[in-house]
Write a protein that binds this ligand. Structure first.
Ligand SMILES: [Zn+2]
Length: 297
C-alpha cells in the first residue's frame, strides 16, 4: 500500500469546512423557506442593507444544513416589499423569495433548500443572495439596494465526499472490478485511518443498516432523487442509522474501520444503478464520482 497522501483537511477542522458535520443523531436543518407571493402593489423606500450574512458557506442538496441568509435593511419607509434572489456565478436568478412589509432593523431569514424555481436541484457551483425591492427589473434595480457582497456567497453541491479527512483512493486491488477469490470487487476502496468520520455522499432513506461477514458493519442509502443506491462497508462500529431512517447529504453515518473481510482501515464504497442494491440494479464504478466530489471535500 502506498503512503496515504494528505489530501483532505485536518480532522479537527473538518466540521467547519463542511458546513458542520454534527454528531450522529443531531437534528437536520429545518425545511427551506417558502418563496411567498409578491406584493400586488410593491412599495419600498430608499433601501440599504445594513447587515447580511450567509451560513454555512458550503452546503449540499438535501443537505444537513441549508444555506441561510440573515439580513436587516435600513429604509426611508416603515414597510418595504422585498425580493431576495438566489443568483448563480453568472448573475442568473435560480430562485426568488418575496417578503412583504419588511420593517427597517428587523432581522429577516431566508433558508434555501437548493431547488430551482422549476423545482429541480440546482447545479454545483457558487451562489449568492441578492436583496432588493420588488417591482424593479434586475437591470433597473439600484445597486445600493441590491446586495451581493462576498459575505453572502456560498457553494452548493449535489454530493459530499464520504470520508471527512485525509484519504487516498485505492488503486490496484482497491479498484472496482479488481479480482477477488471467487468474485470481483464491487466497489471502490477509500483508504483512511480508522475512526475517521463518514458522511452520506447523498442523503435519502436508509435501505439497510446491519452487519454481514464480508462487509462488516455496513449501511445502504437510497439516494434522494437519484435512483442510485450507495453502500458503505467495514465501519468500525454499527452505523448510528437504522433501516428506514431519513438521512441528509453530509450527515454522519459512522466511522472508518476494518470490520468484516478487510485487511486495513478503509471505506468500501459501492454505487448501484436503479432500481438499486440487490433490487435488480447493478454495481458500477464509483471512482469518477469520488474523484469529482473530492475536489470540493
Ligand atoms: Zn472494497
Amino acid at each position: 500500500m502506498a503512503a496515504i497522501a494528505l489530501l483532505g483537511v485536518p480532522a479537527g477542522s473538518a466540521a467547519a469546512t463542511t458546513g458542520g458535520a454534527r454528531p450522529p443523531g443531531a437534528t437536520p436543518t429545518a425545511n427551506g423557506s417558502p418563496t411567498g407571493p409578491p406584493s400586488s402593489e410593491p412599495s419600498a423606500g430608499s433601501l440599504s442593507v445594513s447587515s447580511a450574512r450567509t451560513t454555512p458557506r458550503k452546503s449540499f442538496y438535501f443537505g444537513f444544513h441549508y444555506p441561510r441568509l440573515t439580513f436587516t435593511i435600513e429604509s426611508s419607509q416603515p414597510q418595504n416589499d422585498l425580493r431576495i434572489d438566489v443568483v448563480n456565478r453568472l448573475g442568473e436568478v435560480v430562485q426568488t423569495f418575496y417578503r412583504n412589509d419588511v420593517a427597517p432593523g428587523a432581522p429577516t431569514g431566508i433558508r434555501w433548500d437548493g431547488a430551482t424555481a422549476e423545482g429541480r436541484p440546482a447545479r454545483n457551483g457558487t451562489y449568492s443572495f441578492r436583496i432588493g425591492p420588488q417591482g424593479a427589473t434586475a437591470s433597473a434595480r439600484p445597486s445600493t439596494a441590491s446586495s451581493t457582497a462576498p459575505s453572502l456567497s456560498f457553494s452548493f453541491y449535489g454530493y459530499a465526499f464520504p470520508v471527512l479527512g485525509p484519504h487516498e483512493l485505492g488503486m490496484g486491488a482497491g479498484r472496482f472490478g479488481a479480482a477477488r477469490t471467487g468474485h470481483t470487487h464491487q466497489g471502490q476502496d477509500v483508504m483512511a485511518e480508522c475512526g475517521m468520520p463518514l458522511v452520506a455522499a447523498r442523503g435519502g432513506e436508509v435501505q439497510y443498516a446491519g452487519f454481514e461477514g464480508s462487509a462488516g458493519n455496513y449501511v445502504v442509502i437510497d439516494g434522494k432523487g437519484t435512483g442510485v443506491d450507495f453502500m458503505y462497508a467495514h465501519l468500525a462500529e454499527p452505523s448510528p442509522l437504522h433501516t428506514g431512517d431519513s438521512v441528509r447529504t453530509g450527515q454522519p453515518i459512522g466511522i472508518v474501520g476494518e470490520t468484516g473481510d478487510a485487511t486495513a482501515c478503509h471505506l468500501h464504497f459501492e454505487m448501484w444503478s436503479a432500481p438499486g442494491w440487490y433490487e435488480g440494479g447493478s454495481p458500477f464504478d464509483p471512482l469518477p464520482y469520488l474523484e469529482r466530489w473530492d475536489r470540493w471535500s
